[in-house]
Design a protein around this ligand. Structure first.
Ligand code: AMP
Length: 303
């Protein structure tokens, strides 16, 4: 099954109590694709970079089997760059800067051969661009959408228009409250179900993720870690693992989506153990399966 991924590609500045990285490979499309590719053979990447984007990153993504046909290169432009600083409590971060560069002119064009992709993951980009992508797709099986507080603040109506057209909305608890005005995350999730998607995933960082649908509520804890170095990209990696798990099986019942939440949590747990993409870059099927089994064991009990 194929997964089409659209999102940002970035050279990030990352600062946490454990260190600093400059010009680290990042961006929503990058994290999503790397994670999804471990579980799905056909990952299609749509993004934009400038002339400063190292060829080594392109070679690395290609070597992973990620199809870069949809990666636009603008030789005389600069790649999107984001700087973030985390404090002792890594649940909170400050954005130090956002330099759009070529991202300001991003107008995702989906290659003809990709218009019939099975799963579409709309990574974090302006919601009207997300809608523009959907306009180009032909009856995708599942559309998954991620977003961020910036778009809730600045482009609320466009975001609501996009949300109306997606099957699964993934956002964090603070964003769910901000978007709905509800204080309670379960109430917020239910309100979002009325806004279009048949499933809503509300992420609560180290406190796990909740899946809401008309079938009920499922809750998965986060995998317990004693060494967390950099949370950047955890949300995107979750979305990549989630999509990858769906691509691995044709099942679309509640069980399939529950499994996808657990795979998303497993992949995200590797992400936060290292800086940037480092934590997800060095995985293999065996390590993912091992942590998946450990996860299942962790929540097992005898009723
Ligand atoms: P996350 O930690 O899951 O929110 O994702 C972090 C990634 O999002 C970083 O690699 C950033 O480059 C990227 N990012 C930050 N701000 C934006 C933005 N406004 N639009 C798109 N991507 C962004």
């Amino acid at each position: 099954m194929s997964i089409l991924v659209v999102g940002s590609v970035a050279l990030d500045y990352l600062e946490t109590p454990y260190g600093v990285r400059e010009k680290a490979l990042g961006g929503s499309a990058t994290f999503i694709s790397i994670a999804a590719r471990y579980l799905a053979p056909d990952v299609r990447f749509v993004g934009i970079v400038g002339g400063d984007f190292p060829q080594a990153h392109i070679d690395d993504l290609t070597a992973r089997g990620i199809d870069l046909l949809g990666l636009e290169r603008v030789p005389d432009g600069r790649t999107f760059s984001w700087g973030g600083r985390y404090h002792e409590d890594m649940n909170h971060r400050d954005t130090l800067y956002t330099e759009l560069g070529v991202f300001a002119q991003f107008n995702p064009a989906i290659p003809d051969a990709w218009r019939r992709s099975d799963i579409v993951v709309l990574g974090n980009i302006h919601p009207s661009l997300q809608s523009h992508v959907l306009d180009q797709m032909e009856q995708p099986g599942v559309v998954i959408c991620d977003t961020m507080n910036l778009w809730i603040d600045t482009s609320r109506e466009a975001l609501l228009d996009t949300i109306r057209r997606v099957d699964v909305l993934i956002l964090n608890d603070q964003e769910a409250r901000q978007l709905t005005g509800e204080r309670n995350t379960v109430a917020a999730g239910r309100r979002l179900l009325d806004a279009g998607p048949s499933r809503v995933v509300v992420k609560k960082g180290e406190h796990g993720a909740m899946l809401l649908s008309r079938d009920g509520v499922f809750f998965a804890p986060a995998y317990p870690l004693d060494a967390l170095k950099d949370p950047t990209g955890a949300g995107d990696t979750f979305a990549g693992g989630f999509a990858g798990a769906l691509a691995a099986s044709p099942a679309r019942d509640d069980e399939a989506f529950r499994r996808a939440v657990v795979y998303g949590s497993v992949l995200a747990s590797f992400c936060v153990e290292q800086f940037g993409v480092e934590g997800v870059a060095e995985l293999d099927a065996e390590r993912i399966a091992g942590r998946y089994r450990a996860f299942v064991e962790m929540v097992r009990y005898t009723p």
